[in-house]
Write a protein that binds this ligand. Structure first.
Ligand SMILES: Cc1cc2nc3c(=O)[nH]c(=O)nc-3n(C[C@H](O)[C@H](O)[C@H](O)COP(=O)(O)OP(=O)(O)OC[C@H]3O[C@@H](n4cnc5c(N)ncnc54)[C@H](O)[C@@H]3O)c2cc1C
Length: 449
């Protein structure tokens, strides 16, 4: 029998982000973020969900809907991981383009993947409706992909064309250089493609709103409760015994929803080996002067660009929010922020004198095949992870599919389903490997290749 551990080794406060500041300003303050006390007794549930981000909460939602006794456990506050600190871009795509999926796996698979991608956006809409998450400000304003070279523009135009003719999806439309310049306020792009089935959300409000809704429906959420050890039940009983600092937990099934933070404890660290964690950093300016506010990003969409080391931006709370991947930095390090500011000013010279008021970062889980992975790692454990930086919608969907798998169902997963864990080859070399690839990408971006 496992003995409870004596202390919580890892609990940290919610990262100091614009989202935290906005939540603190709103009527409910940060109360919703600390809704669950730590587990302080032994407990038995049918399904234990590890991780209180979108994946874990979506799994708990699906379980609760089916009347399954479940509880959620997080080492930190709800949304402390990527779910509470991301850019809030709600997108309907994967890192692999649909034409490439067709080339590699055939048209039928591309169609199934396309359906899953758009279903993710529907799930966000339905959470917002069902839990009354007005404060999450979901706006289906679309996402504009801005081309940094003529070659990149031709490629994204061809992709939009393919999606329209082969998948019958007319939600993508091409914008000229003039249109992109007028809409963004940046002269740095040669054209763009607008995806209408996308939008923006306040990510911390969204994750906390779902958690509040689940708590109201009787799903216990234990914060400050790391799972520090997982063992199989003894004496032939099926199920798992999970150790936390405050109590022992018995569960028939376990869902691991810890994504790029899986190595917080050794109990879930094996799942980190499915991933190459990549640091993603964000900066938010001070509120923009009225003239700039009226000129930049007037449609309130999200914007991405075609560079390999992609930057993305949106306007929120009257500020420019600018983000990008930074393979070289560690969480909290200053280097990535300086580079981000430089990139922002290069695209928006008007922002040169506007102060940066918030900067924060987190880890995204990249996978070897550039797609999320959902599956069973053994007969009592299900996992979902690896959203490759696009998890707001996808984790909201795949958490629910993980719950279905845990209950023995076979949800439609197209290329996302996976039997067992498949660690990234040469995982121990991932950090230097990521740096080499990122440096190469930066070089290609710099020479406009
Ligand atoms: C800076 C940044 C910007 C991003 N921007 C976007 C964007 O604009 N659009 C988009 O779609 N996606 C974006 N993403 C990706 C997106 O945020 C993630 O894909 C998504 O939030 C993953 O959700 P999750 O629930 O799987 O994981 P997380 O939200 O990371 O949750 C994992 C949780 O597991 C907990 N945990 C880990 N180990 C244990 C353990 N042993 N015991 C208990 N708890 C444990 C952690 O404390 C954490 O709270 C971004 C990510 C980052 C970091």
């Amino acid at each position: 029998m496992l003995a409870p551990a004596v202390h919580n080794p890892s609990q940290r406060p919610q990262p100091d982000s614009l989202w935290r500041a906005m939540a603190a300003r709103s009527a409910h303050k940060l109360a919703p973020v600390s809704m669950g006390a730590p587990l302080a007794r032994d407990l038995s549930v049918d399904v234990a969900v590890i991780g209180a981000g979108y994946s874990g909460l979506a799994a708990a939602y699906a379980l609760q809907k089916r009347g399954v006794d479940c509880a959620v456990f997080d080492a930190n506050p709800v949304g402390w991981g990527a779910s509470g600190r991301n850019g809030g871009v709600v997108s309907s795509k994967f890192r692999l383009s649909f034409p490439l999926i067709d080339k590699l796996h055939g048209l039928d698979t591309a169609k199934r993947m396309h359906r899953l991608a758009h279903e993710g956006v529907r799930v966000v809409e339905s959470f917002v409706d069902e839990f009354g998450l007005e404060r999450a400000h979901f706006e289906r304003t679309g996402s504009l992909r801005c081309a940094h070279t003529e070659r990149a523009f031709a490629a994204i135009r061809a992709e939009a064309d393919w999606v329209r003719t082969q998948l019958g999806d007319a939600s993508m439309s091409v914008q000229s250089r003039e249109e992109v310049t007028r809409e963004t306020g940046s002269a740095g792009f040669v054209g763009g493609v607008l995806s209408a089935d996308a939008g923006t959300i306040l990510p911390l409000e969204y994750v906390c709103g779902i958690a509040r809704g689940l708590t109201a429906r009787g799903v216990p959420i234990y914060e400050a409760t790391p799972i520090v050890e997982i063992a199989r039940s003894l004496r032939g009983a099926s199920g798992a015994v999970l150790r936390t600092p405050g109590g022992i937990l018995h569960a028939k099934q376990v869902i691991v929803a810890t994504n790029a933070y899986s190595d917080l404890t050794s109990a879930t660290a094996a799942y980190q080996r499915e991933l190459v964690p990549f640091r993603s950093a964000m900066i938010a300016t001070a509120r923009l002067p009225a003239e700039l506010d009226a000129r930049l990003m007037v449609q309130r969409r999200s914007y991405t660009e075609t560079r390999r080391m992609m930057k993305w931006f949106r306007k929120v709370d009257g500020r420019m929010l600018f983000g990008g991947r930074d393979a070289f930095g560690k969480e909290g390090q200053a280097t990535g922020f300086v580079a981000l500011r430089r990139a922002m000013v290069a695209l928006f010279p008007d922002l040169a004198d506007v102060q940066i008021e918030y900067k924060w970062s987190g880890y995204v889980g990249m996978t070897f095949n550039a797609l999320p992975h959902v599956g069973r790692s053994d007969d009592i454990t299900t996992f979902c992870l690896g959203y490759n930086g696009a998890g707001v919608a996808m984790a909201s969907l795949l958490g629910q599919h993980a719950a279905a798998l845990a209950l023995g169902d076979t949800p439609e997963l197209a290329l996302l389903g996976q039997q067992g864990l498949r660690p990234v080859p040469f995982h121990s070399l991932r950090a230097p490997g990521v740096r080499v690839v990122a440096a190469w990408y930066q070089f290609l971006d710099a020479v406009g290749a």
